[in-house]
Design a binder for this molecule. Structure first.
Ligand SMILES: Nc1ncnc2c1ncn2[C@@H]1O[C@H](COP(=O)(O)OP(=O)(O)OP(=O)(O)O)[C@@H](O)[C@H]1O
Length: 306
């Protein structure tokens, strides 16, 4: 369990993390989401005692990280996968860490197996691909068999197979009852990985809810209808206070009326329907909508007037 209360970090005038209070619970994957510069890495660094909060506090299993007796047995973290001595083999990197942290030697072979690096364990990590480096970083996080795990943007730069592997690993770690906090700015990724979401923008908490609640709250529900009489249905829907837009594939996208009402209107006016379906925005769309005011750098959209 990770608990933050009023957690704040200022760099001079800049407030990187602004009074964040949250609880990351065991047995589920918690997605930590926010646009670039939102304060995710700073928050994770404070959880790990690498940065001191300006105000507020954060605890891991009820204690500040720096007071934990055996940190590697309690918390595993992947912050920067490249922070590994390139001349060393994966095996030696893990062995040194195991020895200096009083962990059993057998854990080295166990974690190499979990991340699928056993075959290349004796090779120098300098020749590792990004995906292999990421796997080694995860093996390091798992070495102490900790109950709390944190991963900062673990899928960055990985191919689809690597992304799927990480997603399954996160889920299985949570299923074992561990606390799993994973940061990302890829909403679409979290949709399939996380149970719970903490969304931040400009250092502030914007949403603390389940993935389902997040989509329900932040995406306007629309109705997709297909009819041989689109003009009549448009007129009827508009008269009832709804809005209908023609989709490129010939369907109508209706907003501001619930689906049963659209069905009843069509029935009352004898308009045949070939399709009537709810349409909900993806997590990506919901996230963009929610954080549009807190994005640090807006890129100009090509072709748009400045
Ligand atoms: N050491 C520092 N000194 C000054 N400002 C900093 C420092 N570290 C972070 N910041 C600022 O704090 C804010 C939050 O940065 P942080 O790296 O935590 O965001 P993030 O959500 O992890 O973003 P990204 O997805 O780009 O990694 C940013 O505006 C950043 O410029």
């Amino acid at each position: 369990m990770i608990e933050a209360v009023g957690l704040t970090k200022r760099y001079g005038e800049r407030v990187a993390v602004d009074r964040l209070s949250f609880t990351v619970r065991p047995g589920q994957v918690t997605g930590f989401l926010g646009p670039n510069g939102a304060g995710k890495s700073t928050t994770m660094r404070m959880i790990l005692g690498l940065d001191a909060p300006t105000a507020g506090r954060v605890t891991v299993n009820g204690r500040p990280f720096v007071t934990l007796d055996n940190p590697m047995r309690e918390v595993g973290a992947l912050l920067d996968a490249k922070a590994i001595h390139g001349g060393r083999s994966a095996y030696h990197h893990l062995l040194c860490l195991a020895q200096s942290n009083n962990l059993p030697r057998r854990r080295v072979d166990e974690v190499l197996d979990v991340v699928g690096l056993t075959a290349v364990a004796r090779k120098r990590s300098k020749g590792f691909s990004l995906g292999m480096g990421q796997r080694l970083g995860i093996a390091t996080a798992l070495l102490g068999d900790p109950k709390v795990l944190m991963f900062d943007e673990p899928v960055n730069g990985l191919d689809p197979e690597g992304i799927l592997w990480i997603r399954n690993l996160m889920r299985s770690l949570a299923a074992e009852g561990r606390t799993v906090l994973v940061s990302s700015h890829l909403m679409s990724e979290m949709e399939h990985t996380a149970d719970h979401l903490l969304v931040i923008g400009r250092g502030r908490m914007i949403a603390d809810c389940t993935v389902r609640e997040f989509i329900d709250r932040n995406s306007a529900l629309a109705v997709r209808a297909r009819t041989p009489e689109p003009e009549r249905l448009t007129a009827v829907v508009t008269a009832a206070g709804g809005k209908a837009v023609h989709e490129p594939d010939g369907a109508l996208l209706i907003t501001e009326l619930p689906l049963p009402r659209v069905g009843d209107l069509a029935f009352d006016h004898g308009i045949r329907l070939h399709e009537l379906a709810p349409l909900q925005a993806s997590l990506e769309q919901a996230f963009m909508e929610l954080t549009k005011d807190s994005v640090e750098y807006h890129a100009a959209i090509p072709g748009e007037q400045q």
